[in-house]
Design a protein around this ligand. Structure first.
Ligand code: SF4
Length: 363
């Protein structure tokens, strides 16, 4: 945690929204595109309509801040071995029953639902702004410059929902050649991606399942918009990695894992796919952790689908967390936990053995 002595965080008018009749507004930060009546908040619980204007209630209010190894995001083909400043607020547009950060992500959403039930909508601002502590964009960039941290991740909860906060941070960061990363559930609106433009350098998008039923029942969301975002992000040339949390009995059948791998491969076989181990959390404490054999099976399915870079994470697996040259299979980057070491066979973004270029942002 870092101290800040700068100005008060204030209610911040949202930029991603459209006015509607009767003082309603449409929020355009994420693909839910909530229509929000005067005096109410959107589904995420942190964007409130006050007198026909939309405000972001968590601007300059960080609820989670860490300096992490970039491998923890996970990003394996983006500045390996570097540190990344990681920022999150409360609130989320998804309601995942297995969320590992539920104490942040679900708090504003649950508050909103409770206040709506109790017909106390007007209290949302007071309740939400009690969370987090002041950390303004200039504070964040100052820390990164001072500590030579080369990138910032908007993570822990869905970045799109605190868009204006991250946008100001990202624009300032870009002036100091600090790069910006979204760790996302894949619900960014086109407007959000347009606004970020070339100031968004990498994304890790969760593809949580390949069945709409899973998204509807366990995430309170839909599959199709996530697939659209993955395709769109790739098309825009933003560096992209995809993560799937493999949950026993819910998304770990051969058929579903094959569908996920085939979808990623149909876009580009060079997109890294992270297969992540589930641990019981939030509303799913009765589901066991992912077995080794399921992770290994998912890895084999990914490789068989033609994906060149498949990684097992959230457990120690030296063999399946390393990067190999897709042509000659030389090991190029080895990883142990969040520590990575570049092998002599990997220089200047290529395998020195066979000169195959390895996709990614390496410096
Ligand atoms: S960011 Fe929040 S308010 Fe805006 S559309 Fe998404 S869930 Fe609704």
């Amino acid at each position: 945690m870092y101290e800040t002595h700068l100005r008060e965080a204030v209610l911040h008018e949202a930029s991603l929204c459209e006015p509607m009749d009767n003082m309603a507004v449409r929020c355009t930060a994420c693909k839910l595109r909530c229509v929000i009546k005067n005096g109410q908040a959107g589904v995420c619980g942190v964007r409130e309509n006050k007198d026909g204007k939309l405000y972001l209630l968590v601007y300059g209010r960080a609820s989670a801040v860490n300096v992490d190894p970039i491998e923890k995001k996970p990003l394996y083909h983006f500045l390996p071995g570097s540190e990344i400043f990681s920022l999150g607020t409360i609130g989320c547009n998804f309601g995942c029953a297995f969320c590992q950060n539920w104490d942040l992500s679900q708090v504003a959403r649950n508050l909103r639902e409770r206040l709506m039930r109790e017909k106390k909508n007007a209290f949302i601002e007071m309740e939400v702004t009690r969370y987090g502590y002041k950390l303004l964009p200039e504070d964040i960039v100052k820390i990164c410059v001072g500590k030579h941290i080369p990138s910032i991740a908007y993570t822990y909860n869905e970045p799109a929902i605190f868009f204006e906060y991250l946008y100001d941070t990202a624009m300032l960061a870009s002036q100091y050649n600090i790069r910006n990363v979204f760790v996302s559930n894949g619900y960014e609106s086109e407007e959000a991606l347009d606004a970020m433009g070339s100031n968004l350098h990498a994304m890790n998008i969760d593809l949580k399942a390949f069945r709409d039923e899973f998204y509807k029942k366990l995430c309170k969301a839909r599959l199709r918009p996530v697939l659209d975002t993955i395709q769109e992000v790739y098309k825009r040339g933003i560096w992209l990695e995809v993560t799937t949390l493999v949950i026993p009995g819910l998304n770990d059948s051969d058929g579903e894992l094959k569908d996920i791998a085939a979808f990623i491969a149909s876009i580009d076989e060079n997109i890294p796919w992270h297969i992540s181990a589930f641990y019981p959390a939030y509303k799913m404490t009765d589901v066991p952790p992912t077995s080794r054999s399921a992770l290994e099976r998912a890895y084999d399915i990914g490789r068989a689908a033609g994906l060149h870079f498949v990684y097992v994470g959230n457990v120690r697996d030296l063999k399946r967390s390393a990067t190999y040259c897709p042509k000659c299979l030389s090991p190029l980057i080895r990883r142990d936990g969040f520590h990575s070491s570049i092998e002599p066979a990997f220089r200047k973004a290529a395998c020195t053995n066979c000169e195959t270029k390895i996709p990614g942002i390496w410096e």
